[in-house]
Ligand binder design. Sequence first.
Ligand code: PEP
Ligand code: MG
Length: 754
Amino acid sequence: MAGPADSSSSRILLRKLRDLMNAGGSAQQRLDKLVAMVAATMVADVCSIYLTRGAFHELFATEGLKSEAVHRTRLKMGEGLVGLVAEEAAHLNLADAPHHERFSYRPETGEDPYNSFLGVPIVRSERTFGVLVVQNRVQRQYSDDEVEALQTVAMVLAEMVASGAFGDLSGLADVEARPSRPELLSGRAFSDGIVIGVAVLHEPHAPLGRVIADDPAKEEARLNAALEQVRGSLKEMLDGDPGRISGVSRDVLETFLMLATDPSWESKLQQGVRAGLSADAAVERARGEHRSKLNAARDPYMRERLHDFEDLDNRLLRALAGVDSTQPQAMPRDAILVARELGPAELLDYGADRLKGVVLEEGGATAHAAIVARALGVPMVGNLHGLLSRVEAGDTIVLDGERGEVRLRPEAQVISAYNQRISLRSARAAEFARLRNKPAVTKDGERVTLLLNAGLALDVHHLSEAGAEGIGLFRTEFQFMVSETLPRLDAQTALYRDVIEAAEDRPVIFRTLDLGGDKMLPYMAAEREENPALGWRALRIGLDRPALLRYQLRALISAAAGRSLRVMFPLVTTVAEFDTARALVDRELQWSTEHGRKPPARIEVGVMVEAPALAWSIPDLKGKADFISIGTNDLMQYFFAADRGNARVSDRYDVLSGPALRFLKRIRDDAAEANIEVSICGEAAGRPLEAMAFIALGFRRLSMPASGIGPVKRMILSLDAAELAEALHQMLRGDGGSVRRELTEFASEMNLPL
Ligand code: PEP
Ligand code: MG
């Protein structure tokens, strides 16, 4: 291939392409002319178009290969170099193609003599429609300009396929310009609930309309104006009222502004318009590149920057389309938001009343938006690989936040099956609502206190809704996790005060910051640790960096002025650590009195039992700790030596097994002996079967997620605690394995609703 394709040859190519499309003729004729024109302009021996049809990449047109191969050569998904380009959605530039391991020889095409190969994907909105290829006899590497020119042609082609410009080509209707088949995607449940709604894209695809520009000078002016608009609005946000930034920190905006003035981004866009693309198409091309790099990038820092660039591309596209980015999108009533990733602040901006659910292509295990979604009661499923390429705005979506599944464009029977599940769930919810104000007392008169696990002010409404008697665990780190910057003392105080006030007379146990392990803060640099769960986390950080902990204690003390304050420390391993932490409380109390602040009417300081070492130290806590709360999530991960965040091992061991239950009983009995109030606050307490076992062991205070309160209360109301205690005692005489089956049988014999 001799003629180098600089931006002027890209321009010639685009002009010829436009003339060709305007010239009329059937779709096949236009495709045939297109390949001939590209081959001639790029001085290639071969130019071919493969379009994806069903499960194959089919040769639709070629210049240079044997014409009888057209519509006959069909490569399976992933087959050959064409399959590789489609699979990776990235270009492939080879001087010696026949020796590439993925080369697949098709004799009917007569491609034997061609050595060099350049393939680019035909993609739009993350969907790959096919592959455009040029080949040459000589062994050569194609230049960057040539790659770019072919990518530009591919982009124009993608637009044409998507807009139905080839609609008259027989069979091309199968080419999926817009996905239409029902699909099931499996991910991870981030927030419970089942809803049916309509897809709304967080980053809508801007309508591209024209791809090739009539007047490059005019397009460049449009592009520059849009760039100015985007930069101007970022500057305005930075200079403006910080309250309006809606949680996005200055750092993020500053990075954005820096990227928006990045000369290489700008010159890339300008190159596009100078080559004859419309301004919109030039931005779309940049966005496509950022996306394909993003899909390939593993390094978290790189990914973050590419996300930022993608966001800027989107802002620019909206500016070109005349859409005001500062105005919220208009939403249909039953909107299900579709996004690659969503920040907690963005989710709060949408608000629970505008959203029925959220589905995310990514969303890590610690997805902070998931915490907010749960607090808002918005169902959410994440980790849905390939979501963005399979969904279009307006598609019907069934979001199953129970199983972590999403169904796109479901058939009528599927919708009706889900409607039944939704009715069943609401009948159950209505039943639980009736129990709301009933105390949880067993048939034989044992009173069990059911408390709520919470973490944001938004959670507090669950107290009355679910009928909990107080907050048994308030995870204060959530405020830190959903914030873009370290919450200041006054923000912490305000949150704690709001929570105490909203809880009215019900008690609240605030747990001090439990960071580290799986809870990382974006704005705090953390060293990578080999075993984070066993690493520098929770109270360990608090004791090594006492300023952070003391500030928090100061905020708690001032928020509880004149009222009761209950505070507890996470992941305490030794009694000495507890003593040190408790001394900090005393010191802060003294500080407030010295500064004339009104102290809390009463302070109780407790400890979480999460480390096995502390579980064996309960007698030593006598007279020191006012209460203890067993965090079974962590205690069991250490007890069974199984990472709670690793699905491979976390479900391998059962809390309902002899050793675990005997261990828990020992802690309870030691606490009773030492006269220390004891509760369980791990997730297990919210599952009726586990709650049954804990009650049988003698626990009378259980703290759980809001969704557990109704089911656990319903079970308690039909339970004979003494009978169960005797039965469990017998079960534990078995082989030490799980007693889950026996407990389930007991429940069914006793007609206990689980
Ligand atoms: C626990 O470990 O059981 C607990 C309640 O704390 P967290 O889940 O926040 O670690
Ligand atoms: Mg814990």
